[in-house]
Design a protein. Structure first.
Ligand SMILES: [Fe+2]
Ligand SMILES: [Fe+2]
Length: 360
């Protein structure tokens, strides 16, 4: 089946272009770069994996609930319009919601691919170019893995408008650090929160595994943003930092309030307002927002964008406390969980091999 035939909603043409206005920057200094950055580059090279052989793609999805997610994870599971449906209709809504969400992952990964390539071209430091090159291939592999998973649904959705808005703003900005801020801090934080929900709650092993492996890479990408920006932001004026803080606040509001999937509800012929309200108020979204700010706020503080503007804004949003979250611990966990999936697969393989030997 051609991918375009999987789209449940028409895309706006088959391409999207974002005008660019920045200098491509060469660097003639080939001395070894910063130790931290070169260490991350070494890790980036070493930790490459191939979805074609790390994952057993013969695993199938569930029939009524492809990812095997708990019913509470469907943000409209308590809405009147959903409660009235037959089991068959409910299964259809579940499949479409999960495919919509996965489509956003896949589309967002293409955004990350393009942003990482922009960083390679634009960033002045050679060590950052090296690292960003490893991220570029990571993101291509992520697009590939999500596309394969989505193909099992045979349903896809276009990039949702709020995500497109965020990526557009990130790409359009001609200042190199804004690509990092928009992609490595904001969108990767959003991604980690969303991927984590599937990784930690999906009963379907294939779905959980794909997300675990992608997250293993994403935590390196966030670390990259931290390293690059932590060195850079102290050199800016307060006014320049204020502009960045303002951008972060706007992006935080957008992520908190605007990811309401209206196009999905509309496509399914459901009452949009009822669904969007149910989604906003659902417990699962509440958990998602917690996880989102746990991933983002401590990083913002760590890179030194912690002036009055942002502190006041985060206080008003009620998320300032997240600054205390332990990001390193989360990243170590992301790594550990991915390794557990590898170990599980090795165990299964051992059992299969032993059974085959016994049969001989
Ligand atoms: Fe990615
Ligand atoms: Fe990434």
């Amino acid at each position: 089946m051609a991918f375009k035939d999987m789209y449940a909603l028409a895309t706006d043409g088959s391409k999207w272009t974002v005008p660019q206005n920045f200098d491509a920057c060469f660097n003639w200094d080939y001395d070894d770069g910063r130790a931290g950055m070169m260490g991350l580059y070494a890790k980036g090279k070493e930790m490459q994996w191939d979805a074609a052989n790390r994952i057993d793609w013969s695993q199938e999805l569930g029939e009524d609930n492809p990812e095997g997610m708990p019913e509470e994870s469907l943000p409209i599971h308590m809405a009147g319009c959903y409660l009235k449906m037959s089991d068959r209709e409910k299964a259809r809504v579940r499949a479409h919601f999960q495919a919509w969400q996965l489509s956003q992952f896949m589309q967002g990964e293409q955004g990350a691919l393009i942003c990482a390539a922009k960083i390679v071209t634009q960033v002045p430091d050679a060590d950052s170019k090296f690292y960003a090159a490893t991220q570029t291939i990571d993101e291509a592999r992520h697009v590939e893995a999500y596309k394969r998973l989505l193909s099992k649904f045979k349903i896809a959705y276009p990039m949702t408008k709020p995500l497109q808005e965020l990526i557009d703003q990130t790409l359009r900005d001609s200042r190199w650090d804004m690509t990092y801020l928009g992609m490595q801090v904001v969108i990767e934080g959003l991604a980690l929160a969303a991927f984590g929900q599937i990784r930690d709650h999906a009963q379907n092993q294939l779905c959980a595994q794909v997300n675990a492996y992608v997250m293993q890479d994403e935590s390196r990408h966030v670390a990259f943003g931290r390293l690059a920006l932590r060195d850079y932001y102290p050199q800016l004026t307060q006014k320049e930092r204020d502009e960045r803080e303002q951008f972060l606040l706007e992006a935080s509001h957008l992520m908190r309030d605007r990811f309401d999937a209206v196009e999905l509800w509309q496509n399914l012929g459901l009452p949009i307002e009822e669904c969007a309200t149910a989604m906003y108020e659902s417990g699962f979204m509440e958990k998602f927002r917690n996880s989102l700010f746990t991933r983002i706020v401590p990083i913002v503080k760590d890179i030194g964008l912690w002036g009055d503007t942002i502190r006041k804004g985060y206080e008003e949003m009620g998320v300032i406390e997240y600054a205390k979250a332990n990001v390193q611990k989360l990243q170590d966990e992301d790594e550990f969980i991915a390794q557990q999936f590898d170990a599980r697969r090795r165990d299964i393989q051992r059992v299969i091999d032993r059974a085959a030997q016994a049969a001989e």
